[in-house]
Design a protein around this ligand. Structure first.
Ligand code: FAD
Length: 387
């Protein structure tokens, strides 16, 4: 039986100091007022060019990020790896706009693949599409507007970057996961990633797309894609998430007067997430899945299904993933039970990672129960250590 509340296992990599830091962070992000005010002050400080690094680096940055460079992440990679929790390096610079920025991000992602190729504790690479392209370009394409000649060239360069990364991953035996983003650019991303899957997943899953199960159309997309890929003789590979842009999606749909692509309630999202997990697990021969969630029930259900299907815990097509600094009780207890478990390890210059940190703080505030669960377990471990 899989247990998540063994706090000795959950916090085995944390010394007294980092456990205390975790305690204070989850106490602070548990207050919506504080998170709202703090995020606003931080955005203002950055906008005014005030130095914020000194305050962030030893606290939230240290908790949620691996460091500013790949080298900085080394200690964390080894510390996690020792207890069978693997790393996915996630270059987290956001809000980039120029071709130079996109090329720089591409080179960073290639470096993460190089690092992964020589490191047994790094099984996958990952990238966020908007780190490599101009959001408005894809928005225009998905809306069916004609592109100028320059924009067509720009799009060719985007496809070139995607391909270069996935080709490099395939030739170094490092599968690449592509994050998913807002629904109004995601169709174009899906098309690009589908092409890459058809090209590179012939022998094994080397390119993963991400499905946001808060969208009511994703389960049927998944079913159809598995059949399509099978007809072409290639593996399907998906990271399953619930989805990070719910408010934004609903707000846009409301403003523009179209039906929201998001499920009406959490229960429907949970149901589709668990059904998608079950579907991928039942087809594990030619479907690879990364169950990316902080939801204990979804992880436990996946584990039950695997047991029912007599699929080994460490099947190479199945992994679980959480973000660094969150839900260690799931990651460490599942790793101890022999499942393939990864942590997304964001890295990048402190100032550029701020949007990511703000999202983490907001998410921990808005996800009812998540923060109190983390806090409850941290307190229990502190008590256990104090005898
Ligand atoms: C390793 C990893 C990689 C990730 N990659 C991506 C990515 O590429 N793209 C992306 O968008 N997100 C990504 N996420 C974030 C993810 O989508 C979720 O926002 C986050 O993990 C919280 O969902 P949960 O399953 O962990 O937990 P839970 O607490 O069980 O679920 C919270 C989620 O449920 C959904 N939800 C909440 N309330 C409602 C409601 N009223 N109606 C409908 N749905 C609701 C929302 O999606 C919300 O985020 C990633 C997360 C992890 C752990």
């Amino acid at each position: 039986m899989l247990v998540f509340d063994n706090t000795e296992v959950a916090f085995q990599d944390k010394g007294k100091h980092s456990l205390r830091r975790a305690y204070w962070i989850f106490r602070l992000v548990g207050s919506p007022v504080l998170v709202k005010t703090g995020s606003l002050l931080l955005k203002c400080a950055l906008w005014m060019g005030l130095p914020v690094k000194w305050a962030l680096k030893p606290t939230v940055f240290r908790h949620f990020c691996g460091g500013e460079t790949i080298n900085d992440c080394e200690d964390t990679i080894q510390r996690l790896g020792k207890v069978n929790v693997l790393t996915i390096l996630d270059y987290s610079a956001e809000g980039k706009e120029t071709e130079e920025d996109f090329e720089y991000t591409k080179r960073q992602i290639i470096s993460t693949i190089e690092k992964a190729a020589g490191e047994r504790f790094i099984p996958y690479a990952v990238f966020k599409p908007t780190g490599l392209l101009r959001f408005e370009l894809l928005e225009k394409m998905q809306a069916g507007q004609a592109l100028s000649n320059e924009e067509q060239d720009e799009f060719e360069r985007v496809k070139g970057r995607f391909d270069e990364i996935c080709a490099f991953g395939a030739s170094n035996n490092v599968p690449v996961m592509v994050d998913s983003e807002e629904s109004w650019i995601q169709d174009v991303v899906d098309e690009m990633v589908e092409d890459l899957m058809f090209r590179y997943n012939k022998e094994k899953p080397m390119v993963f797309n991400t499905l946001q199960m808060y969208r009511h159309d994703r389960l049927s997309y998944l079913k159809k894609f598995i059949l399509r890929a099978r007809q072409k003789g290639v593996c399907s590979a998906f990271k399953l998430v619930r989805g990070a842009y719910m408010e934004k999606e609903r707000e846009r749909a409301r403003k523009m007067g179209y039906q929201s692509p998001i499920h009406p309630d959490k229960e429907a999202t949970d149901r589709d997430f668990d059904q998608a997990t079950a579907l991928t697990l039942a087809n594990v021969e030619d479907v690879a899945v990364c169950v990316a969630t902080h939801n204990e029930i979804s992880c436990a259900k996946a584990a039950d299904i695997m047991q029912g299907l007599s699929v080994p815990n460490n099947h190479p097509h199945i992994s679980f993933a959480q973000l660094l600094g969150m839900s260690d009780h799931i990651s460490f207890n599942m790793a101890a039970a022999g499942y393939n478990v990864c942590k997304y390890l964001p890295y990048g210059p402190v100032e550029t990672v701020v949007p990511y940190l703000i999202r983490r703080a907001e998410e921990n505030t808005s996800v009812a129960g998540q923060t109190s669960r983390e806090l409850f377990l941290i307190k229990r471990e502190i008590r256990r250590r104090n005898g």
